[in-house]
Design a protein around this ligand. Structure first.
Ligand code: GMT
Length: 375
């Protein structure tokens, strides 16, 4: 197939899933055309089936808000027409689904029909999309898509609850490259970070309020009062100054809590981790937790959104109510016990294997084929 993938090119989960999907499809022989405003961060290898088309917005002083959606729709028209795309797959409803609808209508006037698949990733529904500023456009463009997928059953449920959706929504969960995300021998790194055998707790996120990074710090503080431990924080975002202040107020030194920033090779940090913390307020799936589990790291999480569809309580980690820091401290200490940790680690990897790229990607291919056949 000739497939167009539209996504955010950033570190965010939807961009990562879209890029990894494109790479996997290209390895299977499909021609994949990425359409976005800069090179996707995970588009890090060359393959004869991969193409990247940059959306350019010519600057003009009149524009207080550059019309990205129009430039994107125009680029989609161009690429569908000239590269003879069979299907357009847009990741994250806003503004990709409505831009795709516009492109599709323009293409019809040229006698070209292309099906549009929209994948809902989470905040496009649970936070941003619900807002009255966007809701009518989100509802309309989901209903106009030829195929709709959501990354968890919970996100599917929430989409039906908050929007008047007439379409079937297929659940296709996030997936993982088990070869890249596997425990590597990084003992020198571990010895440098935790020279006295301290337990290593890790969190990765975009440091937005929905991730509740302050809970990460408080959980760590509770754990280290009981056992020697260190915390590694990967990622960056608007809450970071606030989190740094909380650390200082708690008397946590830079040796106890390390801010590692936006690391590319997160699997190297996960390879030395004992526990992954995900105390999110909302989380449609929890790709970061899946990456950790694939590296044999058990997960302490909330029961928000789709997380329990991934993290099995008492097996791959433990789940608690949002904000229940005391319970997450108790659970962390339980999982970290010598008698428990090995079985949690083993179960985490085994669970991650269920989400292997080879199990999930064929479901997207089938979804494309159905939409193409229905044209
Ligand atoms: O987690 C984020 O804030 C980034 C966000 C995104 O839209 O890129 O991630 C969402 O999509 C991921 C991939 O499908 C999911 O694994 C994340 O759970 C989801 N984030 C939220 O729902 C908050």
């Amino acid at each position: 197939m000739n497939i167009g993938i539209v996504c955010y090119p950033t570190f965010g989960g939807s961009g990562v899933v879209a890029t990894e999907l494109g790479k996997a499809l290209a390895l299977k022989g499909h021609r994949v055309h990425f359409i976005t405003y800069s090179q996707p961060v995970r588009l890090d290898f060359f393959n004869e089936n991969l193409f990247y088309h940059e959306v350019y917005i010519p600057p003009y002083p009149l524009f207080q808000f550059p019309p990205y959606e129009l430039a994107l729709a125009s680029k989609m028209v161009d690429i569908v027409q000239n590269e003879k795309l069979d299907v357009l797959h847009v990741h994250y409803a806003i503004p990709h689904a409505s831009a795709a609808y516009m492109a599709k209508q323009i293409l019809i006037t040229k006698g070209i029909r292309v099906p549009v698949i929209t994948t809902l990733h989470g905040t496009d529904i649970t936070l941003v999309g619900k807002d009255a500023s966007y809701e009518p456009v989100v509802t309309f463009s989901i209903n106009q898509s030829d195929g709709v997928t959501a990354v968890s059953a919970d996100l599917r449920r929430e989409t039906y609850e908050y929007f008047a959706i007439e379409k079937d929504i297929e659940v296709i969960p996030n997936f993982i490259n088990l070869e890249r995300f596997k425990k590597q021998n990084k003992s020198h790194f571990k010895a440098a970070i935790a020279p006295d055998g301290e337990k290593l707790l890790v969190h990765t996120s975009n440091f937005r309020s929905v991730k509740r990074v302050e809970d990460v710090v408080h959980i760590f503080d509770g754990v280290r009062k009981q056992i020697p431990a260190k915390l590694l924080l990967v990622g960056d975002g608007p809450d970071r100054p606030r989190i740094e202040k909380i650390c200082r107020d708690l008397g946590l030194l830079s040796n106890d809590v390390r801010f590692l920033g936006k690391l590319e090779a997160v699997e190297e940090v996960l390879s030395i981790a004992d526990l992954f913390l995900m105390p999110s307020e909302k989380e449609s799936f929890g790709l970061a937790a899946l990456e950790a589990m694939s590296c044999e790291v058990p997960v302490i999480s909330t029961n928000a959104g789709g997380i329990p569809e991934l993290n099995v309580h008492g097996v791959t980690g433990m789940v608690s109510n949002v904000g229940d820091v005391a319970d997450m401290v108790k659970n962390s200490l339980y999982v970290l016990e010598d008698d428990n940790l090995p079985r949690f680690k083993e179960a985490a990897r085994a669970r991650a294997e269920e989400f292997a790229v080879d199990n999930i990607v064929p479901r997207y291919e089938a979804c494309y084929q159905r939409a193409i056949d229905a044209q």
